[in-house]
Design a protein around this ligand. Sequence first.
Ligand code: ASP
Length: 323
Amino acid sequence: MSKKKLLLIHTGGTISMSEDESGAVKPEGDNPLMRHTPNLNDYADFIVETPFTLPSPHITPDHMLELKKLIEKYYLEQGIHGAVITHGTDTLEETAYFLDLTLRLSIPIVLTGAMRSSNEVGSDGLYNLISAVRVATSDEAFGKGVLVVLNDEIHTAVNVTKTHSSNVSTFQSPQYGPIGIVTKGGVLFHHTPKLDVKYSISQLSKNVAIIKAYAGMDSRLLSALANLNFDGVIIEALGQGNLPPATVEGIEALINNNIPVVLVSRCFNGITQDVYGYEGGGRDLKNKGVIFSNGLNGQKARLKLMIGLSQSDDPDYIASMFK
Ligand code: ASP
């Protein structure tokens, strides 16, 4: 059988960095992954692109949009069978989810990264890259949305999150788990994900802020946000979607300025619901026009709201996106 044609996109991150004598991890002149990648061509034929080389805290939604357009271009012009993206792990889940929301392709799109740079003992980059390539060439990966592959696990873009600052098993899908595993023998999927709606987008112009709720929080930050030209606000609320009573004034200021407010939970399991009827409780907030999300974390809800606001500012439309 002929080999599949994969687009391999390098964007930077620890996977393409090395450690120096002082112990600092940083990018080098050329990508060590490309120097030390044995037998990658056994798995597929590659087109390699490096649109930028950035640590992932430098990645913005505009870079994510650039990646989307690059994948679409190679799909249309070269008929690629899949794409693998190497990326810094800090914001990897955001790029994965952005692509999941905006790419209408059924070919496998797989993101991977590394927790240890190329010359560190136990470096996981090359292993993760080969695992990602194996998943991207698997017929079963077709039509499963954008996937994240590290440490022998296959996760969906929507559920995966970085859970540990340094451990190689950092990528987890709280509450749901991985949808497959990578073994020496093969790539095994054990769940079929439910795919999200796709959104057409060709440029980004909306700004959405994230703010975290805490005991004793008041309205100052929220009221300030109402006057800082943000188009929307995500609040990582308490529990099932509650806020301290002193924040209600700030919530009203945002809503009165037609700035949509979406609540996620600062708990990393579960969804938000309008259960509590006390001041600042979920029922009270919902009655004021706050939108409740369906289990996304704050950073993913932010991307979804940015994309949604670029389609329409109709509050019913925005609320429907988070059902
Ligand atoms: N700080 C690094 C980055 O996200 C971490 C990593 O790649 O693992 O670029």
